[in-house]
Design a protein around this ligand. Structure first.
Ligand code: SAM
Length: 288
C-alpha cells in the first residue's frame, strides 16, 4: 500500500486505475504531506476519536486519519474511487468504513449512533467546494453530535464564516456558523498543494461547536428566516427588506417599531446587525 500525500504516489495511483478527475465533484486531491499533518494537528485527532471524512478521494487524508483516530467513516460519492480505496490505498486499515453515497443524502446521525454510541464525533475533510454551505449547515441543523468540524474550503468562504458586521463578507453564513460554533482559520493553503490545481486559494477552518448558542431565541428557524431575508436584499434598509419579504409576514411599521425599541436607526441595513441584535429583533417581531 503506497503512502499518499505526495505527487509521485498520487500520479502512480491515478495511472494504475486510469482515473479521470470529475470536475462536477470538485476533485482536487492533496499532494502535500506537510499540510496533511497540520490538518490532523489542527483537528486534534487522537486514538479516542471517531472521525467522519467527507469525500476521501483516493484516500490521501484518510490514511492520516486511520493512523491517528480510533475509527474513521468516509463517505464518497464517486463510485470509481471505491475500488481504489477498498482494494488499494486503505486496504491495510481495519478501522475504516467506506460508504459510497452523496453526503447530503446520508443519515449521519445514524452513523454516529452506530459507530460512536451517539457520542460526539469530529468531522475532518477537504470539502468539495460546490456544496460547502449545504454540508456545513446540514451538519449543524440536523444536530449531528459533534465536537468540531475541521475543513478545507475556499479561502474567501473561510473568511466569510469568521467576520462580523461592517465587512463586505459578512452575511447569513457568518451568522449561522457563529450561532453554532467558534470559527478559527488555521492556515491558508496555496493552489499548488492540490492535484489538479484549483483556480482559487484555500484555507483550513476549524469550527468548534458551542456547548450552548451565544444567544437564546424562542424560534431559531424564524431568526434564520429573518437573517436570510435581511441579506437577500442587502442594498435595502432592514425595514424595506423585511417588510417586502412576504414569507415573513411582518409589516414595515412593526420592523420600525422594533428598531426603535432596540435603539437602532430606522434606516439601518441588515449587514450592520450583530447576532445578538438579530436575536432581539426576532423576539420583538414575534411579539415576545
Ligand atoms: N480527501 C481527498 C483529498 O484531500 O485528497 C479528496 C478531496 S476532493 C476536494 C473532494 C472529494 O469529495 C472528491 O473525492 C469527490 O469525489 C468527493 N465528493 C464530491 N461531492 C460529494 C458528495 N456529494 N458526497 C460525498 N463525496 C463527494
Amino acid at each position: 500500500m503506497a503512502t499518499l500525500g505526495n505527487p509521485t504516489n498520487t500520479i502512480a495511483i491515478l495511472q494504475k486505475y486510469n482515473f479521470n478527475f470529475q470536475k462536477k465533484y470538485g476533485q482536487n486531491f492533496l499532494i502535500d504531506s506537510n499540510i496533511l499533518e497540520k490538518i490532523i494537528d489542527a483537528a486534534e485527532v487522537n486514538q479516542n476519536d471517531c472521525v467522519l471524512e467527507i469525500g476521501p478521494g483516493i484516500g490521501t487524508m484518510t490514511q492520516y486519519l486511520c493512523e491517528n483516530a480510533r475509527e474513521v467513516v468516509a463517505v464518497e460519492i464517486d463510485k470509481k474511487l471505491i475500488p481504489i480505496l477498498g482494494q488499494d490505498t486503505l486496504s491495510s486499515y481495519d478501522n475504516i468504513t467506506l460508504i459510497n453515497e452523496d453526503i447530503l443524502k446520508v443519515d449521519i446521525n445514524a452513523i454516529v449512533q452506530e459507530k460512536n454510541n451517539g457520542n460526539p464525533i469530529k468531522v475532518v475533510a477537504n470539502l468539495p467546494y460546490y456544496i460547502t454551505t449545504p454540508i456545513i449547515m446540514g451538519l449543524f441543523e440536523s444536530r449531528v453530535p459533534l465536537d468540531s468540524i475541521t475543513i478545507m474550503v475556499q479561502k474567501e468562504v473561510a473568511e466569510r464564516m469568521q467576520v462580523g458586521p461592517g465587512t463586505k463578507d459578512y452575511g447569513a453564513l457568518s451568522l449561522a456558523v457563529q450561532y453554532y460554533a467558534k470559527p478559527e482559520v488555521m492556515m491558508t493553503v496555496p493552489a499548488g498543494c492540490f492535484m489538479p490545481r484549483p483556480n482559487v486559494d484555500s484555507a483550513v477552518i476549524k469550527l468548534t461547536r458551542h456547548d450552548k448558542p451565544p444567544v437564546t431565541v424562542s424560534d431559531e428557524k424564524r431568526m434564520f428566516d429573518i437573517i436570510r431575508a435581511s441579506f437577500n436584499q442587502r442594498r435595502k434598509t432592514l425595514v424595506n427588506g423585511l417588510g417586502n419579504a412576504t414569507e415573513l409576514n411582518v409589516k414595515k411599521e412593526q420592523v420600525l417599531s422594533a428598531l426603535e425599541k432596540m435603539g437602532l436607526p430606522p434606516a439601518i441595513r441588515g449587514e450592520a446587525l450583530t447576532l445578538v441584535e438579530f436575536a432581539a429583533l426576532t423576539e420583538l417581531l414575534s411579539g415576545n
